[in-house]
Structures are given as C-alpha cells and as structure tokens.
Design a protein around this ligand. Structure first.
Ligand SMILES: Cc1ncc(COP(=O)(O)O)c(C=O)c1O
Length: 391
C-alpha cells in the first residue's frame, strides 16, 4: 500500500531514536540518565487523582459537550482573571484533547491548502507537521539569541509581504526556554492582525517561569487564539487535556471540527482537572525544584564548554550551542554527539534536528524536569565525556 505522499514531508522525532537506544541499554543493565524527556517527572497531585476516582465512582464516563464541561470552562475563565487579570468569557473556551488537539482545531479552522503560516525555527516540531498535513506551508523563520529565539516584527515583515495566513508564538519556548518580550509580543500581535492574519499563542509552558511571568496574548488582543493545557504546569501529560480560547467568530468552526475529529475531550480527565486549580502550593514547590536544577545545569554546561547565549527563564529546557565543542572534539554533529553521549556516558539528550532546519546540527536540548540527583549525576557524566573527547 502506498500511504499518503504528504507523509514524506513529516519527520519522525530523532529523540525516539535516543529513547529506543536508551531502552536497549537499560535492558542490558546500564543506568541511563534521561535529560531528553519533555515532561514533568512528578506525579499528578492527589486532589486531581481523588477527583478522577470520584468521577469513575459516579460513572461520569460519557461524552461531554463538544466544547467541554461548563464547570471546567468557568474554572479556566477564573484562572485567567486570577493569573493575568484578563476577563475571558467561558463561551470562548473550548476543552481539547491535550493542547495538541487544540492545534489541530486551530490550524484546521484556519488553513487552506497552500496557505503560508509562520513559525520560529527552532521550534516545537509538531506545528510544521500539522500544517503540512493540511497541505499548507510552514514558513520557518530562523531565530537566534538576538531576538531571544522568538519571532519579532522585523523578522516577520519580509514574510508578510509574501503573504501569511498567520503566525505562532511560543513563550516560554520549547526548545529554548526563552520568553518573548512584552514589546515584541505586542508588536507581533498588532502586525499580524493588521495584515488580516491570525496570531496563535502556544502558552503550554505558562506557570513554569523563573523570576518573570509569561504574558498571555489576550493581554494584547482578543482576536488571538490562545492554546494551553494541563500537561506541563499541572503535570498531567497522560490525561490528554488542553484548552483553547478563540475569538467569537471562530467558535462555530472550531466546535464543528471538534465534533468531527474528537467528539469531545476525555470526560474523566475533565472532572479530574477541575481539582487542578485547588492543589495549594504543590506546583509552586515543584517550580522551586525545577529552578534549582536549571541554575545548576546552566552553570555546569557553561563550564563544560556548551554555549547558552540567552538565559532560559521558562519551561524546563536548555538549548545549547555545541559548535565550539564539535570543533574541539571532532564529533560531526548533534546527532552523533547524542548517540555517543548515550552509548559512552549513559546520558540521553535531544539533538537540535528535532526542532527545525536552522543550525540543528549544532544544538542540543537538555530537559531538567527530573530529580536534582539525576541532574548532578548527568552533569558529572557529561563533563567526563567532554574531557575524554577534547583534543
Ligand atoms: C511547545 C509545546 N506545545 C504543545 C505541546 C503538546 O502538549 P500536550 O498535547 O500534551 O498539551 C508540547 C509538548 O511537549 C510542547 O512542547
């Protein structure tokens, strides 16, 4: 059987190669430190588990409304008021199957075949894959330290001249952990909207910031589509629950697509998530742990010769430039670096190749969403590996 030709444009994740090899090595009895995995390593807090158990006991196991449970949407609207001081009508909130489901709905509602849509490079790989699945064209805009690895108006201008259906901002970013400045965010939103385009803001790492809060696109416009979810800050990756906030005129299209593609998000997860806003300090306590890891890892990587041009102030990632280390060690590129680091030192990291086409062979992503002991052990192994290979 010949499967769809457009699949040729969609890349598998290199990190899967790392995970497969890590698994093989673990089976052989090797102890592997995982710095490649992009999910919180702490368990979903007890109040959320209790709410899920209660939902099961009460047989709350049917479809919900396509747009999601009213109670949860109201809870999310209150969250926007308490976190950002922004008033959002629960009517504009749609509960989705992870934020991934929300991206599919947003792109599906927006993009015609051939439409051009701007994303940053490096960036989260699924955006371009979904865009291509819809026969539209991802316009990858190279970003670097000068713009905090974020899009800005100057970078978007030339592409807008060629026509763009919209652009996507991710702040804090995966893989760089950097935030967009208030000025850039405001300018990008205005610019895109003045050209009749749609700004999509991926806010999945909101809440996970260090010393500075992330702003929501809703502070600049109520025409933007905001996407967020319970996976990261709330540590609920496996519950597959997200949400999107859409302009009123998009509601009909988004609801119709949701009915057709997903029917509704998981109702058990929705019941569970209602308790997420009432978990006390657990998420803040977790944030302090991430920050301790972040500070330690940043310092240790820099001392080992990794270059981190912009301090990552959000998410749980560090995106490091390894071009100098490649020269000093003779290792060919990020993929070979990852494979050797895993085989020889037992440390898994993600090659830049997973995040786009702009200098991916010269970058690695480290995730510090793990224990401090793992970070310490990982750092010791990495520095020994580098000392061994430097000529
Ligand atoms: C930037 C970004 N957006 C969206 C997602 C998707 O998350 P989920 O579908 O679990 O909400 C991820 C997952 O790693 C991510 O890194």
């Amino acid at each position: 059987m010949d499967w769809a030709e457009k699949l040729d444009n969609i890349q598998p994740f290199y990190v899967m190669e790392v995970l497969r090899r890590a698994d093989e090595l673990s089976t052989q009895g090797r102890d592997i430190i995982h710095l490649e995995v992009g999910e919180p390593d702490f368990a979903t807090p007890e109040p959320i588990l209790a709410a899920a158990r209660k939902a099961l006991d009460m047989d709350q196991t049917k479809y919900s409304l396509a747009t999601g449970s009213k109670q949860l949407r109201e809870g999310i609207a209150r969250w926007y008021m308490s976190q950002y001081g922004v008033e959002v009508s629960p009517q504009r909130i749609v509960i989705t199957s992870g934020s991934s489901g929300a991206f599919m709905l947003a792109f599906g509602a927006l993009l015609n075949p051939g439409d051009r849509f701007a994303i940053s490079d490096p960036g989260y790989p699924c955006y371009s894959n979904m865009i291509q699945l819809l026969n539209a064209e991802p316009v990858r805009i190279p970003v670097g330290p000068l713009s905090n690895y974020q899009l800005n108006a100057a970078l978007l201008q030339p592409e807008l001249k060629k026509g763009l259906r919209g652009a996507l901002v991710t702040s804090p970013s995966n893989p760089t952990g950097t935030l967009i400045s208030e000025q850039d965010f405001s300018e990008v939103t205005t610019l895109i909207e003045n050209h009749g385009g749609l700004l999509i803001s991926d806010e999945i790492y909101h809440g996970i910031t260090y010393g500075q809060s992330a702003q929501t696109a809703l502070e600049f416009s109520d025409r933007a589509v905001v996407i967020n979810g319970f996976s990261k800050y709330f540590a609920m990756t496996g519950w597959r629950l997200g949400w999107m906030i859409v302009p009123e005129d998009a509601l009909g299209a988004v609801e119709m697509l949701q009915q057709n593609l997903f029917i509704s998000a998981s109702s058990i997860s929705q019941y569970a998530a209602m308790a997420a806003f009432e978990c006390g300090n657990v998420f803040q306590e977790q944030l302090e742990k991430y920050n301790k890891n972040r500070v330690f890892l940043l310092d240790a990587l820099t001392k080992s010769g990794f270059e981190i041009a912009v301090e990552p102030l959000g998410a749980f990632y560090i995106y490091a430039d390894i071009s100098r280390l490649l020269e000093q060690t003779g290792i060919a590129d990020s993929r070979q670096f990852c494979n050797m680091l895993l085989d020889e030192a037992g440390v898994g990291v993600t090659p830049g190749l997973d995040f786009g086409q702009h200098r991916p062979g010269e970058h690695l992503r480290f995730s510090y969403a793990t224990s401090f002991a793992n970070i310490q052990d990982g750092v010791a192994r990495i520095s020994e590996f580098i000392e061994k290979h430097i000529k």
